[in-house]
Design a protein around this ligand. Sequence first.
Ligand code: FAD
Length: 438
Amino acid sequence: MGARAGRVVILGGGLTGLSTAYHLRSGYLLLEREERLGGHARTEEKQGFRFDQTGHWLHLRDPYMRQLADRLLPRLLRPVDRRARVFSHHVLTRYPFQANLHGLPPAVAAECLLGLIATRTAPAPAEAPRDFEQYCLRHFGAGISKHFMIPYNSKLYGVHPREITAEWCQRFVPIPSLEDAVRGAVGERPPEMGYNVSFLYPRRGGIETLTRALVARLRGEVRLRTEPTSIDLRRREVVVGGERIPYSAVVSTIALPDLIGLCDNVPGDVRDAARQLRCTSLRYLNVALKRPPAADFHWIYVPEEKHPFYRVGIYSNAASSMAPAGGGSVYVELAERGPPPPRARLLQQVARGLREAGVIERPDDILFADLREIRYAYVIFDHHYYAATHLLREWLEERDLYPRGRYGYWTYNSMEDCILAGRDVARLLGRAAAGPSA
Ligand SMILES: Cc1cc2nc3c(=O)[nH]c(=O)nc-3n(C[C@H](O)[C@H](O)[C@H](O)COP(=O)(O)OP(=O)(O)OC[C@H]3O[C@@H](n4cnc5c(N)ncnc54)[C@H](O)[C@@H]3O)c2cc1C
C-alpha cells in the first residue's frame, strides 16, 4: 500500500478490531458502536454471577497466540480438559457422538454403528459430496446422521444441512476411524478428538479478562458509542454524523452486509452479492443457579428436536469464579429462531430439559434466567457463499477496505483466528511490530 493521507480507521472493537489496533500500535482511530469494547468477548455480571455470550473457551493452536496470551494474561489462564457430552435418548454420552455410541439404547447404537460400517465398506464415490447432508451420510452413515448430525446441525444453523456446503466443516467435525468408533460403541474410550479437546479460560472475570488485557495496551484513539453513517469511497472518508474522517485504509470488523450498506456508489453485482449472505441469529439464556449444578460437564450438545435448546454449558464448572459460592452459572442456546414462545412456557420447557440432562435437580434451583439475543451468530455456508464472499472481499480490498474477523470477513472462526487476523492485517498495512509488545 502506498502512503496515503489519513489514519487507519478500524470499525468495531471486538477482538479483531482490538488486535488490529494493538498490532498497529498507533496511527489509527477505532470506532465502536457500543459503550464497552470486546464485541462477543464480553462478560456480563449480575448478582455475582458471570456470563459470557455463551461458551467462549480459548483454543490456542498457534505458537504466536500462546506467547501473546502468556504476555497478556500471565498465570491467569487455566488449562482445562474438556468435559463435553451429548444428551439424547434420555442419556448423556461422551462427545463426539460418532465415536462414543456406548450408553445409547442398544437399538440406536446398533443402527448408528451398522450405518457407519456400511458407509466405510462401500466403494468410495467418485464425486465430492454436494452438501453437508451428503458429507455426513458418507462419513458417518445413515444412523449417526439421523440421530445426531442432521438434527443437531439443523438446530444450530436453523437450516437443513442440505442447504450448507460440505467444505466449511472439515476443521470442526471429527471423523473417527472405524476402529475407534467400534471401541467407543462397546464402552472402551477412544482417544479424545476434535479441535477443542482442551481449552484455556481466565481464572477470574470471564472471557472479558482477555479483552481488558488487550484494551489496557492500546495507545491510539478509540471512540465508543460511535458508528459511521456512511463511507465516501471517492473522497476516502468515513462519515460520522457531520464529521468526515479521512482514511488511509479501513479495517472493518462490522458485519459484511452492514459494511456494504455504508458504502456509496456500490455497483449492482456487489449489492446482489451482499444480499446473498445469510446468517442465523441466536437467542440464549443466562441462567443463575441457587445450588451447584448437579452435572460436572462443561457443555452438552442436544440434537433432539423435543428440547428447545441445542447446547447448554456450565461456566462455573470451568471457573468457579463465574458464580458465587454455592451457585452455578449456565448458558442455554435456544433453537427457535422465530418469534419466541411466551416466557413462562419457554422457561418451563428449558427447566424440564435441564433437569433431564442433570444440570438442575428441580426447577426452583433456577434463581433467574435472562434472555439475550445475538443478531449475527452463525454464518451459513450455503451454495452462494464462496462466490459472493469472494466478490465482496475483492471489491472492498481494491478500495483499501479490509473486511476482517468473524462477521467482517463473514466466516466461522474462533477468538484465536480473530486475534491473528488483526495481527495479519496490521502487518499488511505495514506498521505492525515484529513481535508481541508488552
Ligand atoms: C455463540 C457463539 C459462541 C462462540 N464460542 C466461541 C468459543 O468457545 N471459542 C472461540 O474461540 N470463539 C467462539 N466464538 C467466536 C468468537 O466470539 C468470535 O470469533 C470473535 O469474538 C469475533 O470477534 P470480532 O471482533 O470479529 O467480531 P465481534 O465480536 O462481533 O466484534 C465486532 C464489533 O463491531 C461492533 N460494531 C458492529 N457494528 C458496528 C458499527 N456499525 N459501527 C461501529 N461498531 C460496530 C460491535 O459492537 C462489536 O463490538 C463464538 C461465537 C458465537 C457467536
